[in-house]
Write a protein that binds this ligand. Structure first.
Ligand SMILES: NC(=O)c1ccc[n+]([C@@H]2O[C@H](COP(=O)([O-])OP(=O)(O)OC[C@H]3O[C@@H](n4cnc5c(N)ncnc54)[C@H](O)[C@@H]3O)[C@@H](O)[C@H]2O)c1
Length: 472
């Protein structure tokens, strides 16, 4: 039987890095090489400071790096030597041309397919792990078939990744599902080694590829249209811990928005405008939720935040990851910066450079990126962020925010001192926080009677339409 002795993974990101590190640690007989075009990312994987933060990942990498786990920029050699090649590259939303803002950009997938067929000889299994639209794996197959040579036998599989950032190592070691799409022969080879007795679902190539995106879409719909009652005890998927099934200030992350937008595009292409508009609402409501939260901050702070210091705690899109892609914190910061607020941002795992880079994007800082350096201070101490602040805004549900010394924080802040809990992490502390003197504002629950103030004209009412994304 075909034995997998060497694996090459193209893409050393949030999926490729952890997935291959766990495979290397669980299969010491297999040599795993993770390759990427991004030199600095590979350098970081080979250093003491890994490019991504995931609980437990450091230990896994240290246990096998240099033994049977390697990180390299030598893509061609790794492909040539491998028995199994994973494609784990990014599939972002298109930012140009047809389908701009909605369709998945598959140029990185295609580049990998062309490289693999050029570099390969003999028998190899190529497994698509990225989230791709239905039929993408068939396109890979077609590129292989059109460029094949007599000695070459490339089998294509689809094995979409369901890990969730923040629990990736746990999810990989004990997955709640493994889905493999492809033809019979290669499936048997693959499943017998990679699956190691797990409960594996097998489907056709075409259907497997789209499962991950379907999963993302159902989660986002639940997240967006939830209310407090609906959220109680809700758990759609192991990918998303139950803690977030409470009302929050919007969802973030690299996958959810792009997978939904991709579906909108597909529905429009299939002439299903009502279905497209349903899914577009998921995105619109998410944007609205973020804007509404920012407006509430402004409204409570007597309708002006101009020049006011606001401590923003948490910048990653969820706890236990340093990933900020599509994080609600970015958008909440934008709305507050637009009003001239002075933001003091703290996150336990996001680097200062990343925060500044995210806030300096043209879509966030407009045509004036200099205002970021004027309005934003990134601190390494949450207490420092709160010193003389008018408000403390929690944007990420990091556990450490539950254990801060709020009495100390209250004494440091200007009065009235406001807490805006966008993640519902302080629910259990409300009586205590009120005793200290805090005004508490949270989502889906009225805690403090508001200080009377004539409402502003600038705050959107509940029936005001959400801000529209520009259409392609
Ligand atoms: N992040 C998640 O939680 C998650 C979960 C499930 C599925 N996915 C899907 O997995 C895929 C990868 O996601 P990610 O978060 O790891 O992305 P990422 O952006 O973190 O990593 C992708 C990497 O691929 C590299 N790359 C791109 N083209 C390349 C090429 N031709 N050769 C070599 N390297 C190349 C990039 O430099 C980058 O480092 C996406 O399709 C995503 O939708 C992500």
């Amino acid at each position: 039987m075909f034995q997998i002795k060497k694996i090459c993974c193209i893409g050393a990101g949030y999926v490729g890095g952890p997935t291959c590190s766990v495979i290397a640690s669980m299969c010491p007989e297999i040599t795993v090489t993770v390759v990427d075009v991004n030199e600095s990312r590979i350098k970081a994987w080979n250093s003491d400071t890994l490019p991504i933060y995931e609980p437990g990942l450091n230990e896994v990498v240290l246990s096998c790096r240099g033994k049977n786990l390697f990180f390299s920029t030598d893509i061609d050699s790794a492909i040539k030597e491998a028995d199994l090649v994973f494609i784990s590259v990014n599939t972002p939303t298109k930012t140009y041309g047809m389908g701009k803002g909605r369709a998945a950009d598959l140029k990185f997938i295609e580049a990998c397919a062309r490289r693999i067929v050029e570099m390969s000889d003999g028998y190899k299994i190529v497994t698509e792990k990225s989230t791709v639209p239905v039929r993408a794996a068939e396109s890979i197959r077609r590129i292989f078939d059109a460029n094949t040579k007599p000695s070459l036998n490339l089998q294509v599989l689809s094995n979409p990744e369901f890990l969730a950032e923040g629990t990736a190592v746990k999810d990989l070691k004990d997955p709640d599902r493994v889905l493999i799409g492809g033809d019979e022969t290669s499936l048997r080879d693959m499943a017998s080694q990679y699956g190691k007795g797990r409960n594996i679902s097998v489907t056709r190539l075409r259907y497997s590829a789209n499962h991950n995106a379907l999963d993302s879409r159902s989660i986002t719909a639940h997240l967006t249209f939830q209310n407090d009652e609906l959220c109680k005890n809700r758990r759609v998927s192991e990918r998303w811990p139950s803690v977030v099934f409470v009302s929050v200030s919007g969802f973030g992350g690299s996958c959810f928005q792009k997978d939904v937008l991709n579906l909108v595009y597909l529905c429009e292409a299939l002439n299903l405008p009502e279905v497209a508009s349903y899914w577009q609402q998921v995105i619109d409501m998410n944007e609205y939720q973020r804007k509404r939260f920012a407006c509430r901050i402004i409204d409570c702070l007597f309708n002006t935040v101009t020049g006011k210091k606001i401590a923003l705690l948490g910048f990653s899109f969820k706890k236990d990851t340093g990933d900020t892609r599509e994080s609600s914190s970015i958008y909440i910061s934008k709305y507050l910066m637009d009003e001239g607020a002075k933001l003091h941002i703290y996150d336990p795992k996001v680097l200062k450079e990343q925060i500044i880079q995210d806030l300096s994007q043209p879509s966030i800082s407009g045509d004036n990126p200099e205002r970021v350096s004027d309005l934003v201070t990134v601190t390494s101490d949450p207490y420092e962020a709160c010193e003389s602040a008018h408000a403390l805004v929690i944007c990420t549900e990091w556990d450490m925010f539950k254990d801060l010394d709020y009495e100390k924080i209250y004494h440091k802040m200007l009065k009235p001192a406001f807490i805006f809990d966008g993640r519902r992490v302080l629910d259990h502390l409300h009586p205590q926080l009120q005793n200290f003197g805090f005004q508490i504002e949270t989502i889906g629950k009225k805690v403090t009677t508001r200080i009377p103030f004539t409402p502003s004209g600038g705050v959107p009412r509940i029936n005001e339409p959400p801000i529209k994304k520009s259409k392609a």
